[in-house]
Design a protein around this ligand. Structure first.
Ligand SMILES: NC(=O)c1ccc[n+]([C@@H]2O[C@H](COP(=O)([O-])OP(=O)(O)OC[C@H]3O[C@@H](n4cnc5c(N)ncnc54)[C@H](OP(=O)(O)O)[C@@H]3O)[C@@H](O)[C@H]2O)c1
Length: 328
């Protein structure tokens, strides 16, 4: 395993992490038993960062991660990054809530499900423009003082807000949408984004010495060849809600993927490895929190760490993906 260190986080973090969203049943490939095996194998192979959130599988993913870490006695070997600030009712329609009252409620719920007394990195999942930043920071500061969280992260925040949060409470981690085809994307699953990752977030990550966790690093599987013009997802798969993965938009991304695949054949390494290496060789990228639905996929992704892309190859890739640099 390879590790990176950042100014704001004491621990070294594995360059490959595990995104736990698909452990919770929202994806057709979700399966509790394979999630357990994936977590155990990942730690065995040196992965130490797990990214999760209460909303993934409506609490399920946090419960699965917590149970395996407890059963396998792994809690003190890993960095758990969870999130807060999304609430929902029986209809599963989510709302953003970063009020003090909600944060105090959420932290105890997450600790219970994760079966631990601290969360290493606690990230505000999405902005809540109805709660003053000062109120949220007051809650974060008190929760941190109590020892229930170690580091504070922001996910999906405008950079002007990040600066304010940093002044009030300190921001150690940023998490935003980032992969070869979504570099400065302005929307995610029909939600408008308030930031541009490559143009705005990465320069700040460098300036503030933060850790950066790119989410959807494999474009929900598109960059591993998971999608084709004829291959559809089952009705229950949450990826159906991503408008970029259907119709005309999907065709544009598949054309890009075909070019990447040609290059992959030329240099003799599979696309998943090229995609991971391109990301990890960007200095600001700390840990690639890719999702995997099997131990086989996990091992294939770890294979990427056995070799590096050379300058020439990175240049060729950048030419192939240039049309996506400003794609919304
Ligand atoms: N902060 C946020 O708002 C936010 C939003 C989205 C995601 N995230 C985080 O980012 C994590 C990852 O993003 P994501 O869930 O969107 O997906 P992703 O990591 O971009 O893609 C994961 C999918 O790629 C496929 N895959 C992975 N390795 C493969 C391999 N070696 N060979 C073939 N296929 C492979 C699998 O698809 P199949 O399962 O179909 O096989 C897997 O489920 C999430 O788990 C979550 O922690 C955060």
């Amino acid at each position: 395993m390879l590790y990176k260190n950042t100014k704001r986080i004491k621990e070294d973090i594995s360059v490959l992490g595990i995104g736990c969203w698909n452990f919770g049943g929202d994806w057709e490939t979700s399966d509790e038993r394979s999630a357990d095996r994936i977590i155990r194998t990942a730690v065995d192979l040196g992965i130490n960062l797990f990214d999760v959130a209460p909303v993934y599988g409506w609490f399920q993913a946090e419960k699965i991660l917590g149970q395996t870490l407890k059963d396998a006695n792994l809690r003190d070997k890993v960095i758990v990054a969870s999130k807060c600030g999304l609430t929902w009712g029986d209809d599963h329609v989510t709302a953003n809530d970063l009020s003090k009252e909600n944060l105090f409620k959420e932290i105890d719920g997450s600790l219970l499900r994760l079966q631990t007394d601290y969360i290493d990195i606690w990230q505000l999942h999405w902005p809540d423009h109805n709660t003053p930043i000062e109120e949220t920071c007051e809650a974060l500061s008190e929760i941190k003082k109590s020892g229930k969280i170690k580091y504070i992260g922001l996910s999906n925040f405008a950079q002007k807000d990040m600066v304010k949060f940093d002044q009030l409470v300190g921001v150690d981690v940023q998490q935003s949408l980032y992969n070869m085809f979504e570099r400065n994307a302005t929307s995610y699953h029909n939600i408008p984004l308030e930031y541009k990752t490559e143009q705005e977030v990465l320069p700040n990550v460098k300036k503030y010495g933060q850790a950066f966790l790119p989410y959807s690093p494999l474009f929900q599987g598109l960059l591993t060849g998971r999608f084709s013009k004829n291959k559809n997802l089952s009705k229950s798969d949450i990826r159906n809600e991503n408008p970029k993965l259907s119709g005309d938009k999907l065709e544009i991304y598949l054309d890009g993927y075909e070019k990447l695949e040609e290059f992959s054949k030329e240099i003799g390494h599979p696309t998943n490895e090229i995609v991971i290496n391109w990301l990890r060789q960007i200095p600001e990228v700390t840990s690639i929190i890719g999702g995997v639905s099997s131990v086989k996929q996990l091992k294939k992704n770890i294979d990427a760490l056995r070799w590096d892309l050379n300058e020439n190859e990175i240049e060729r890739i950048n030419e192939i993906i240039e049309p996506f640099r400003l794609m919304p």
